[in-house]
Design a protein around this ligand. Structure first.
Ligand code: HAM
Length: 442
């Protein structure tokens, strides 16, 4: 009996009728990144597990519960990347990018893998657009990173978003904060889940992002980190606020944001949807990680960055009715009758495709009627029928499917005459204007 194999839970297929949307947001991401001087880096989908243990942190939910980890045939422990920062830092070090002019500004579009409970906006394979800026400790770097995300959201037309920022201080501030947290959680020890009990001594801050309802409720009453940060960290945070204000970027301080990854220091932030149907969905998370490059074996190098979940971005855009450019149309269907016509269609289609036109030719040997029906269904902008008469006279009728008008075109000059017709129609759609007058009749 045939077994029907389905996609793995928490994964998503992108079908041809929606792939243009993802292409659009990815292209826009790379173009926006370029306007801020960020250039793309690509790293492998899997890395040694140790990379994530040491960067994301051994007591985080991501490492403790969510990583896809396996031994390869050489008995090495390998993990599918749960996020993009660790691999970017590894590559920064491995390829000596610290010797290049600083700051090094990189961006990436990557798939990520987390074994989480799938739900709307939470997948086991998802995609991120991320950026990382290596080398600058200044809050100006933080504001550039945040401004880039804001420019991207603005370009896409996503308006109902709140930027929430916080500072979780440096390792010195964190020591004091961890002690206060430990004292607080000790008093409710009996109610914590098993994972959080083990975090109590090692990393009490991680209890704050536990997803168990009881732990989250207890965490609501915990001390907030902003009350424990040192003067330098406070000044850094205040300057960031000044820069955001100068850029006209609205924000609120949310002292409860700590982020679920261990590498952060000082600035942390999130962009959260405010739209009715997607309220509370976190589209983007990021912050500063001044200790990570050193932790992974490099010289002390301050850094900051962010990542945006692309599936969540699409959900918010679709739910808020943000418009997408239309899927690229088929420009011309060449309808053929007979073997000679097919040979002519092959010649014409090769010429037009080389000029960038999207051309459809029949590969079934179907009737003219059936070919016209297919051309209609796929939304061809133009059709042309090639049969014995057209081949004999060397002239065919190019039909505009939108208004039914027909233009005679010579087969010998098909590509130029097709282009002229398309331009004339486009210009006519904008007003009464003859492109020939502008180009000079040929
Ligand atoms: P993150 O907050 O773990 O940060 O992920 C960033 C974004 O990825 C989230 O805001 C969300 O939009 C998306 N995301 C996360 N998990 C899922 C999931 N299971 N399904 C769908 N989307 C998801 C990071 O990954 C950091 N590396 C960001 C960063 C870069 N910080 C500094 N540089």
């Amino acid at each position: 009996m045939a077994v029907s194999i389905k996609a793995i839970k928490g994964t998503k297929d992108t079908l041809p009728n929606e792939s243009y949307k993802i292409q659009y947001i990815e292209q826009a991401a790379l173009s926006t990144a370029q306007t801020y001087g960020f250039h793309e880096m690509r790293t492998p989908v899997f890395e040694y597990t140790e990379l994530f243990d040491r960067s994301v942190g051994e007591t985080t939910d991501v490492v403790q519960k969510e990583m896809y980890t396996f031994n390869d045939k050489g008995e090495r422990s390998i993990t599918l990347r749960p996020e993009g920062t660790a691999g970017a830092v590894r590559a920064f070090l491995e390829h000596g990018l610290f010797n290049e002019p600083l700051p090094q500004k990189i961006c990436y579009l990557t798939s990520c893998y987390r074994y989480e409970k799938p739900q709307a906006g939470r997948l086991r394979e998802f995609h991120q657009f991320g950026i990382e800026c290596f080398g600058s400790a200044s809050p100006l770097a933080d504001s550039e990173v945040i401004a880039l995300a804001k420019s991207y959201f603005d370009f896409l037309g996503i308006e109902e978003l709140a930027l929430e920022i916080n500072s979780i201080g440096c390792p010195e501030c964190r020591k004091k904060y961890s002690e206060a947290l430990k004292a607080y959680f000790e008093s409710r020890k009996g109610e914590l889940c098993e994972t959080c009990l083990s975090r109590l001594d090692r990393n009490p801050m991680r209890i704050l992002d536990c997803k168990s309802p009881v732990c989250s409720e207890i965490a609501e009453g915990a001390p907030v980190v902003l009350d424990f940060i040192c003067d330098d960290c406070r000044e850094h945070f205040e300057k960031l606020k000044t820069y955001l204000e100068a850029l006209g970027i609205e924000y609120t301080v949310n002292p409860r944001i700590v982020r679920g990854l261990d590498y952060y220091t000082r600035t942390v932030f999130e962009f959260v949807s405010k739209a009715e149907k997607t309220k509370g969905l976190v589209l983007c998370g990021g912050g500063r990680y001044d200790g990570l490059v050193e932790e992974l074996g490099g010289a002390s190098t301050p850094a900051c960055g962010l990542a945006i979940g692309l599936e969540r971005l699409l959900i918010v855009m679709e739910e808020s009715g943000v418009s997408f450019p239309e899927a690229p149309a088929c420009n011309l269907s060449i309808v053929t009758a007979g073997e000679k016509a097919i040979l002519e269609a092959l010649r014409i289609s090769a010429d037009l495709r080389a000029q960038g036109y999207n051309i459809n030719i029949d590969t079934f040997g179907r009737s003219i009627k059936a070919q016209m029906k297919y051309a209609n269904k796929i939304g061809s902008e133009y059709t042309v029928v090639l049969g014995d008469n057209e081949l004999e006279s060397g002239v065919a009728k190019l039909k505009c499917m939108a208004d039914g008008t027909e233009t005679e075109v010579s087969l010998a000059d098909f590509d130029t005459e097709f282009e002229r017709t398309v331009i004339n129609k486009t210009v006519a759609d904008f007003g009464d204007f003859d492109i020939n007058a502008l180009l000079g009749a040929q």
